[in-house]
Design a protein around this ligand. Structure first.
Ligand code: PHE
Ligand code: FE
Length: 280
């Protein structure tokens, strides 16, 4: 396999020190002044950059959460706001959790977020998600009812894909939508993927750089496409709306997985004759 299906999703080894659901306490009072200062710097830099770049749903969610720029948010307080909007809560986990645990949380409308924050020298690059990525990146769109339903459906779909041995295909859907999705709007191309909105460099690159392909969303095409975890993406997939995404993923994927098993992967950066590209 050209890409590792577990990258970007949790690892498979269970941590013996945590409960079966891997939930831990956030331990908010343990953050140092330096931790809060890093959050503040990241928050200010991204919230300045994103108007006109992130989609309206993301920006509305960020505002609705009232995630104070001032300090690392407390998950309980944030969850109370989120739950009122879409029924989701945030739970703290120690980093990567096993696939089945991750999917079960999503299916139950719980978003597992790590509680650690990067060091000052890691402002621009991280190998593993930290609390800034997990909260600033993922939680604002969970304030949107259509996206909130998509994520819960994805969790149920993940448990099914695991049972069917189709996780590599389904993981690509997560990657190219939840993490690196773009949206075509009347105002122009906008970002909704959490891996982009939490990255200063990629928030610029994904919209402005001529290099990556921007392909109109096609469910089976996405599930055939490999991805890279160590650099900006070679291609992005562009949806028209969260409703379009939710509708496209509503059918039972079992026959899709059977068809995909007989088709070769497509490398990121490779274009097919039938691909429709985004044009401004
Ligand atoms: N409908 C999908 C299935 O039957 C589940 C799913 C929903 C997957 C949303 C991804 C996103 O497996
Ligand atoms: Fe993420």
């Amino acid at each position: 396999m050209a890409d590792d299906p577990n990258q970007g999703l949790p690892a498979t080894a269970a941590d013996p020190d945590t409960a079966d659901d891997c939930v831990i306490a956030q331990c908010w009072q343990h953050y140092s002044d330096q931790d809060h200062a890093i959050w503040r710097r990241l928050f200010e830099r991204q919230s300045k950059l994103l108007p006109g770049r992130a989609c309206a749903e993301y920006l509305a969610g960020l505002e609705g959460l009232g995630v104070a720029a001032g300090e690392i948010p407390d998950f309980e307080r944030l969850s109370d706001i989120l739950e009122r909007a879409t029924g989701w809560r945030i739970v703290a986990v120690p980093g990567l959790v096993p696939d089945d645990v991750f999917f079960a949380h999503l299916a139950a409308r719980r978003f597992p977020a790590t509680n650690w924050i990067r060091r000052p020298e890691q402002m621009d690059y991280l190998r593993e998600p930290d609390i800034f990525h997990d909260i600033f990146g993922h939680v604002p769109v969970l304030m949107n009812p259509a996206f909130a339903d998509y994520m819960a459906a994805y969790g149920r779909g993940g448990l099914k894909a695991l049972a069917l041995g189709a996780l590599p295909n389904l993981a690509r859907l997560y990657w190219y939508t939840v993490e690196f999705g773009l949206m075509r709007t009347a105002e122009g191309l906008r970002i909704y993927g959490s891996g982009i909105v939490s990255s200063h460099g990629e928030s610029l690159y994904c919209l402005d750089d001529p290099k990556p392909d921007r392909i109109l969303f096609d469910l089976l095409r996405v599930m055939r496409t490999t991805y890279r975890i160590d650099d900006y993406q070679d291609c992005y997939f562009v949806i028209d709306s969260f409703d379009q995404l939710f509708d496209a993923t509503r059918p039972d994927f079992t026959p899709y997985y059977e068809a995909l098993a007989r088709q070769p992967d497509i490398a990121a950066g490779e274009l097919l004759a039938e691909d429709k590209l985004f044009t401004a």
